[in-house]
Design a protein around this ligand. Structure first.
Ligand code: ADP
Ligand code: ZN
Length: 443
């Protein structure tokens, strides 16, 4: 009941989205060469980095030559704080944004008029593919501010000609009231906030049948397929995943089509690579690695081989929707998200997928990492579903054992499981913070 009919494979920019692959590669090469020449001449940080790497713009003769170029990292952006990578005169900047700062001091990015135009179209691509049309209303419950989520999606909705309801984040009761009274067709926010709002709907704060909600566009943090299934089934709607990061553009870098076999990356705007974060060499096709993006069209803040720290896989196989671009799998974590527990690498999303496979467990959880007596210990706090009808200690023990075994199966580690009463763990309005790592070096 929740699946959107697959016939709706419509395109916002058909020519670009369905461009034959050889034409796409030729376009990328032409743009890459122009980009490299431009940043070498106009961004001193790149002039230096290219000189150190011993590469000149004229050395870029094929797409594979991109590997001769140096990487750009978050710390490069910090070292050149605030605007060392600006590639146009300051007076031509029409917008600034910043990363949400979830991993330290924010980094700023800038946009020219043409960048803003491209960005609106990139957001419109996935919104249109997911069913947003003129005449409909989309409620944006992403924060409006330096974070790219709110304003980014806002302009994509306007570009399509649908109505924007800029609710911004926070104040759950008001969000639900808006959803009900202004009858939004789509809700746009983080998966964790969607979960929180879904709880409000399911617990009867408002009547599901009074809503006009058809779907949600969720992104900006890692989440799992199990989480999607739970929400789609609970609410009877269609939910689409989309991905972006401020350094590269903001939302719109990639988004799902109706076939849900990964998110199509806008390859007419970006070159993507997937590398082994240790060796920095490309991984084999379909293997897990860190995504690296090069922006082909950005005027104000072009980046060369930006290391996202996001872990994913690339799929180049044919997609029945007709789009020709490569698809990226769900982000399974960030290299800086990875927990090393007793020497084993674990991503929070692995724990989430094990938890959500247990029907009695709610999707609200918290992972606590400590180091009592010099040994790493993980305690997973998980709320039981309000209606899970568990009333004996022995039933609780069975659930706990199943969760523990599920996690051990995926991660190879045994973790302590604390079952918590419904509605006791923290809820999030923006990106979630579900991991508390209290280990210190002296432990
Ligand atoms: P930061 O969180 O580093 O301050 P941003 O606000 O630009 O910076 O967030 C971008 C990051 O959000 C991405 O690098 C990625 O880790 C995460 N992200 C965005 N969309 C998704 C998604 N659909 N799935 C998983 N992670 C996502
Ligand atoms: Zn597709």
């Amino acid at each position: 009941m929740n699946k959107k009919p697959l016939i709706e494979n419509v395109f916002w920019q058909r020519e670009e989205e369905c461009m034959p692959k050889d034409q796409l590669r030729a376009l990328q090469l032409q743009k890459l060469r122009a980009l490299v020449a431009r940043v070498y001449a106009s961004v001193p940080a790149y002039t230096r980095a290219f000189d150190v790497a011993g590469v000149k713009p004229e050395n870029i003769k094929s797409l594979d030559d991109i590997r001769k170029l140096p990487f750009t990292t978050k710390s490069d952006l910090r070292e050149n704080y605030p605007l060392g990578y600006l590639a146009i005169p300051r007076r031509e900047v029409v917008r600034f944004h910043g990363s949400s700062g979830s991993t330290g001091k924010p980094t700023f990015v800038a946009y020219s008029k043409s960048d803003m135009d491209n960005w609106a179209n990139l957001c419109a691509r996935f919104l249109y593919s997911g069913g947003l049309r003129p005449g409909m209303t989309a409620q944006v419950s992403f924060g409006y501010g330096l974070f790219t989520g709110g304003f980014g999606l806002h302009q994509g909705i306007e570009r399509i000609g649908a109505a924007v309801l800029p609710a911004s984040s926070g104040n759950t009761a008001r969000q639900l009231m808006l959803l009900q009274d202004l009858r939004a067709d789509y809700l746009i926010c983080t998966p964790s906030y969607a979960l929180h709002l879904a709880d409000g709907i399911q617990s009867g704060i408002i009547d599901r049948s009074s809503l006009n909600l058809k779907g949600m566009f969720l992104g900006s943090e890692p989440w799992t397929e199990n989480m999607r299934t739970r929400m789609e089934e609970g609410l009877g709607i269609y939910i689409e995943n989309n991905y972006g990061l401020s350094e590269i553009m903001g939302p719109g870098v990639s988004g799902e089509c109706a076939f849900r076999n990964g998110m199509h990356i806008a390859e007419d705007h970006f070159i993507v690579e997937c590398i082994n974060p240790e060796t920095l060499e490309p991984v084999a096709e379909g293997e897990t690695g860190e995504l690296v993006f090069t922006t082909l069209n950005k005027e104000a803040f072009p980046l060369i081989r930006y290391r996202t720290r996001d872990i994913s896989r690339l799929k180049y196989s044919h997609c029945p929707c007709g789009r020709t671009s490569v698809r990226m799998s769900r982000i399974t974590g960030r290299t800086d998200d990875m927990l090393i527990i007793r020497g084993v690498n674990v991503y929070p999303s692995q724990i989430e997928s094990a938890l959500l496979a247990i029907p009695e467990a709610s999707p609200h959880y918290m992972i606590e990492v400590s180091r009592p007596k010099h040994m790493d210990e993980v305690t997973v706090h998980i709320e039981l579903k309000p209606n899970s009808m568990v009333d004996s200690i022995s039933e609780l023990n069975v659930i706990r054992d199943r969760i523990c075994a599920g996690i051990a199966n995926i991660t190879g580690l045994r973790m302590k499981i604390h079952l918590e009463p419904p509605n006791t763990l923290e809820r999030f309005e923006g990106k979630s913070r579900r991991v508390k790592d209290v280990r210190t070096l002296k432990d």
